[in-house]
Design a protein around this ligand. Structure first.
Ligand code: FAD
Length: 304
């Protein structure tokens, strides 16, 4: 119930407009988001680098109203890529396709994505958004990957279609980040039960890790905070005889920090995704929906 209410709030434009204006609301987000500016994210990336953790940054915002807004997003990311390089940081960017203009046609998003891919030699990740956008996002990825190799894609384990999507992507030797999936999707297309999502996650990771063994996949990333999924990923890799350096873990800033450090100490590659930007409300509601227990943390921040 609470989860659904939070996911409903994540799509409510009035709440998204009004709540973030309050300073106390902003303050409550600090655990999961170091600040609204790129420099806040880069500062944290530098701090994480001291512990051996690599970074990914993402500018929050989705469903743009015009292509001019999409151009602004691209300019922002081009500047971000310059600043990351100047600081010598091992930080990648992860972009939402709708922020690149996907809703105005795949070609619009592809043109903008190409600018980012041409501006860096590091990998640019494409996030996966709600199910309405999956077909267009896959087309965007395939087009981009055909032209330039430094692009990776996120796939969601909760979608029933994902194993087939992954099979079709394999011939391009893709870089793939597997997540469980963060949106409210109907049962007809997504597994409603956590057990089924987890099983799907493990199967997808097994497919990826096995492909990695034969170098048929570029970068397999297990992006989860779930200790069971992390354990299964490592177990499968061990079974296959796949070295730790050949697959990666990714988590969100502020979540499971101990686990991030534990994995790094054991020699695993860990990247933390740091979000920033003023349009954080829907994203933040989705994070709370994943673990409503975090509402206690928010309440404590507000009172304290
Ligand atoms: C690097 C990265 C990139 C992502 N990109 C996308 C994307 O492009 N598209 C998309 O749809 N989703 C994306 N997600 C979100 C993802 O889909 C899940 O919603 C999110 O990761 C929560 O699922 P989980 O695998 O952590 O497991 P869950 O089943 O949600 O949680 C399992 C356990 O993990 C721990 N945990 C999980 N969340 C929290 C939390 N907020 N606070 C504290 N503990 C927690 C708890 O121990 C919990 O019991 C991304 C996630 C990561 C880490």
């Amino acid at each position: 119930m609470l989860k659904n209410a939070l996911l409903w709030a994540s799509k409510n434009p009035t709440l998204a407009e009004k709540l973030p204006r309050y300073r106390f609301v902003k303050q409550a987000t600090r655990r999961f988001m170091p600040g609204e500016e790129l420099q806040d994210a880069l500062r944290e990336a530098e701090r994480l680098a001291d512990s051996g953790i690599k970074g990914t940054t993402t500018l929050l915002g989705e469903n743009l109203r015009s292509l001019e807004e999409a151009d602004e997003v691209v300019d922002h990311y081009l500047d971000a890529l310059r600043r990351i390089e100047e600081r010598g940081l091992d930080v990648e960017i992860s972009v939402k396709p709708t922020q690149l203009g996907l809703e105005f046609g795949v070609a619009e998003a592809e043109r903008r994505l190409a600018k980012l891919l041409n501006a860096t030699s590091s990998l640019v990740w494409i996030d996966m958004e709600g199910s309405d956008h999956v077909d267009a996002t896959l087309e965007l990825f395939r087009g981009a990957k055909g032209a330039k190799d430094n692009v990776g894609l996120c796939l969601q384990a909760y979608l029933r279609r994902t194993p087939d999507d992954l099979t079709r992507l394999m011939p391009s030797r893709p870089a793939i980040r597997i997540v469980k999936g963060a949106y409210n999707e109907p049962e007809s297309i997504a597994f409603p039960a956590k057990g089924d999502v987890d099983r799907s996650y493990v199967k997808l990771m097994r497919t990826l890790l096995r492909a990695r063994l034969h170098d048929e996949v570029d970068r397999p990333v297990s992006a989860t905070h779930d200790p069971r999924m992390i354990g299964e990923t490592n177990r499968i890799a061990f079974e296959l005889g796949l070295d730790k350096e050949r697959y990666e873990f990714a988590m969100l800033f502020g979540i499971q920090r101990h686990e991030q450090l534990r994995l790094v100490r054991r020699g695993h590659a860990v990247r933390v995704l740091i979000s920033y930007g003023s349009a954080w409300f829907p994203w933040y509601m989705r994070r709370l929906a994943e673990r409503p227990a975090n509402l206690w943390f928010v309440a404590k921040q507000l009172v304290g």
